[in-house]
Every structure is written in structure tokens, then in C-alpha cells.
Design a protein around this ligand. Structure first.
Ligand code: SAH
Ligand code: SF4
Length: 374
């Protein structure tokens, strides 16, 4: 918003024009200045010369059997990012990417295996939401039917209209990349998601997922506290060091303390711990008991994620039996636990399967990995 205000001043316009522009671009999804009917004709022409509204372009568009939709969006110079839309009866969640690749190299993650190219810009991040809303709204207008019959019954007519006009109701920063490693751009994009003149999402409906960059968790608390998910994945430092290498810099106890500090300003009164269930690695009952002890003083919920495989990962998904035992141990200790539904895995759109197109600058990846991981 500040940048848009500066832009208006730069081209000799009143600052309040920024609010009008914001609404046209983000609330109404317009990319053509000529359609911005409450702006004077002269201004529309001036804008058309001075600026262009562009979002990343989709080069692939897949829909999974369960309705999960994945777009590969081109962000130039051979790089592509993935954005996933997960429709459910009462909400539509968009999984947004923050970087081309990821430098943090978690051992079980397809994005991490690909290396890192660059941070996404603010417009590439918010452009994913802009794009998804535009496509989804256009489709709902042409086919005015809700996701399924049961949701149509649950919703009143008004709610149906609201659903249609805002296809994305929740955003999770759980696509490619570590959002807190691209802090300024992610926070500016989050501000737009929350802005009533743009997407107007509530803080509770926007989640940042992080592998645990402690100083950035503290900054997020001060700058833009939204719901927080932390990728824990292990109950002790020895194991977490192997799975999430950034743990060597920011070990578990310090991470938990940062989570507790975060809760002072957070829109929810708990942190969500994500825990990927890897067969024979972190999925035993003993690990679950250790976890219970570990998080005793930290208000939290657990989201257990069955590992989604990709070629060359070297890991297997935990068995349904060990998943159940693990969950029961946590629940018997009074913790709230959900098991993440595996959505879209037939089109490699599930957690950790996003590979996009990453030209690795770190030279960490094996030649051909990008293709293999897709
Ligand atoms: N970089 C951030 C957000 C992106 S990943 C983070 O690490 O939190 C979103 C979630 O998917 C994280 O919890 C991540 O650990 C998990 N994940 C990564 N690879 C996975 C895989 N192969 N199967 C299941 N979950 C995975
Ligand atoms: Fe990066 Fe998150 Fe994947 Fe780790 S799990 S490599 S932090 S995207």
C-alpha cells in the first residue's frame, strides 16, 4: 500500500488514488486500467503509460482426482513456482510459494532437494492469490454450482454468493520456499492479504509455516502476527539436526521459547506444530512420548503429515498403524492432533512434493534432479 501511495505521488496524483487502485487490482481482480470506471479517463490513460499490472503466468494447470488444483507459474528466466488450491466444503485454501526453491535443504523435502534460485518479489507472491482468485471466480461465474451438494445445503443463499465471489478463503504460506527467509516481501504480501481494500482475509485465516528461523519469528510477531505453523518433525535436537539442518543454528528449546513469545501477539492461542511422519525415523511411540514432554509448556496443536514421497527421497511414509499409535499417545496426553489429509498427491501437489522449475544457484543439486522430482 505504501508503495502504491508513493507511486501515485510520483505520477502527480493524490495519495488517496492508491486506495482506489488497490481495490480495482486486488478486490476486483482487474488488470486493465481502462476498466477502472471511477478513475478519470485522463488518469486511466496516464496509468496505462506509466504502469502495467501483471501476475505470473500459468504454464501448467492440473486438477487432481480430489479437486486439488496445481498451477505451475512462470517467473521468468526458466524458473517456475507452484501454487496449489485445495477446495473443501466450507473453505478454499491456497498454498502459496515464497521462494524459487529453498536453501534450507530439509532432507525429506522435494523443494529443499532442488536448491535455491531466488526470493520471490512481492508481486510474485501476491500474484499467486490474484491469479487463483481470478481463475476460480471466472469459473464459478460460468458454472454457478458449489463444490458439492452437502455444502450447498449447509450454506444459505447469501453465503453461496460470498463463496463464489471469494474463492480463496484461507492462505497458507506452505508452498515452495521458507517464507521467513524472504521476510520483507512476504510481510508486504501478508499486509495486502489482510488489507480490507485488497483481499480482506482475517489474521486467523492466513498461516505462515516456518522451519524455525527464530529472529524472523520475533520480527513477524512485531510486524504482522498471523497464524503460525512450525515444522518441528522431531522430538530432540539430534534427530532434528538431521531432518531440518537449520536446527543446528536454532535448536528446539530456543525455538519453543520463540513460539511462546509469538503467542502473546498471535491471532490464535496456539502454535501448530507440523510433524512429517517418516517410517522408522521419527514415528515410534517413544518419539511421541518424548514429544509430549517437550511441548509441555507450549500451547500447541499437532498436525501430523504422512510423508509424501518423491523420486530419490530415500524415505518411506510411516505406516497407518504407527501413525495411529503416535496420534493416540499425543491425544492421551491432552494434545489436539489432526492428521493432514493427503490432497492432490496424484499430481504431486501434496506437501513437500512441490518442485516447480528451479535453476539451482547453489550447485547443490544433482544434475537432472528437477526433472526427476517432478
Ligand atoms: N518452508 C516452510 C514451509 C513450506 S513446506 C516449512 O518448512 O515450514 C510446508 C510443510 O510441508 C512443512 O511442514 C514441511 O516440512 C512439510 N514437508 C516438506 N516435505 C514434505 C514431504 N515430502 N512430505 C510431507 N510433508 C513435507
Ligand atoms: Fe525449505 Fe520448508 Fe522444504 Fe525445509 S521443508 S527445505 S524449509 S521448503
Amino acid at each position: 500500500m505504501d508503495q502504491l501511495t508513493s507511486f501515485c505521488i510520483e505520477i502527480g496524483e493524490k495519495p488517496f488514488r492508491a486506495k482506489q487502485l488497490l481495490r480495482w487490482i486486488h478486490q476486483f481482480g482487474k488488470a486493465d486500467f481502462a476498466e477502472m470506471s471511477d478513475l478519470a479517463k485522463g488518469l486511466r490513460e496516464k496509468l496505462a503509460v506509466a504502469a502495467v499490472i501483471e501476475s505470473p503466468k500459468a504454464t501448467r494447470d492440473h486438477t487432481a482426482a480430489d479437486g486439488t488444483r496445481k498451477w505451475l507459474l512462470s517467473v521468468g528466466t526458466g524458473n517456475g513456482i507452484e501454487t496449489v488450491f485445495i477446495p473443501e466444503a466450507n473453505r478454499g485454501t491456497l498454498c502459496v510459494s515464497s521462494q524459487v526453491g529453498c536453501a534450507l535443504a530439509c532432507s525429506f523435502c522435494a523443494t529443499g532437494k532442488q536448491g535455491f534460485n531466488r526470493n520471490l518479489t512481492v508481486s510474485e507472491i501476491i500474484g499467486q492469490l490474484w491469479w487463483a482468485n481470478k481463475v476460480l471466480k471466472a469459473e464459478t461465474v460460468s458454472a454457478p454450482v458449489l463444490n458439492d451438494a452437502s455444502s450447498a445445503q449447509q450454506h444459505g443463499a447469501e453465503q453461496q454468493i460470498a463463496d463464489r465471489s471469494r474463492a480463496v478463503s484461507n492462505v497458507v504460506m506452505m508452498g515452495m520456499g521458507e517464507p521467513l527467509a524472504n521476510f520483507e516481501n512476504v510481510v508486504t504480501a501478508l499486509d495486502l492479504m489482510l488489507n480490507d481494500n485488497a483481499y480482506g482475509l482475517s489474521r486467523r485465516r492466513v498461516t505462515v509455516s516456518t522451519s524455525g528461523l527464530i529472529p524472523a519469528i520475533d520480527r513477524l510477531r512485531e510486524r504482522c502476527p498471523v497464524a503460525l505453523a512450525v515444522s518441528l518433525h522431531a522430538p530432540n535436537d539430534a534427530l532434528r539436526d538431521q531432518l531440518v539442518p537449520i536446527n543446528k543454528k536454532y535448536p528446539i528449546q530456543e525455538l519453543l521459547a520463540a513460539c511462546r513469545r509469538y503467542l502473546v501477539a498471535a491471532p490464535r492461542d496456539f502454535v501448530t506444530f507440523e510433524y512429517v511422519m517418516l517410517d522408522g525415523i521419527n514415528d515410534s511411540a517413544a518419539h511421541a512420548y518424548e514429544l509430549v514432554k517437550l511441548v509441555r509448556d507450549t500451547p500447541c496443536k499437532f498436525n501430523l503429515i504422512p510423508f509424501n514421497s518423491f523420486p530419490g527421497s530415500g524415505y518411506q511414509r510411516a505406516s497407518p498403524g504407527s501413525l495411529r499409535i503416535f496420534r493416540d499417545v499425543l491425544m492421551q496426553a491432552g494434545l489436539i492432533v489432526t492428521i493432514r489429509k493427503t490432497r492432490g498427491d496424484d499430481i504431486a501437489a501434496a506437501c513437500g512434493q512441490l518442485a516447480g522449475q528451479v535453476l539451482d544457484k547453489t550447485q547443490r543439486t544433482m544434475h537432472g534432479m528437477t526433472e526427476a522430482a517432478r
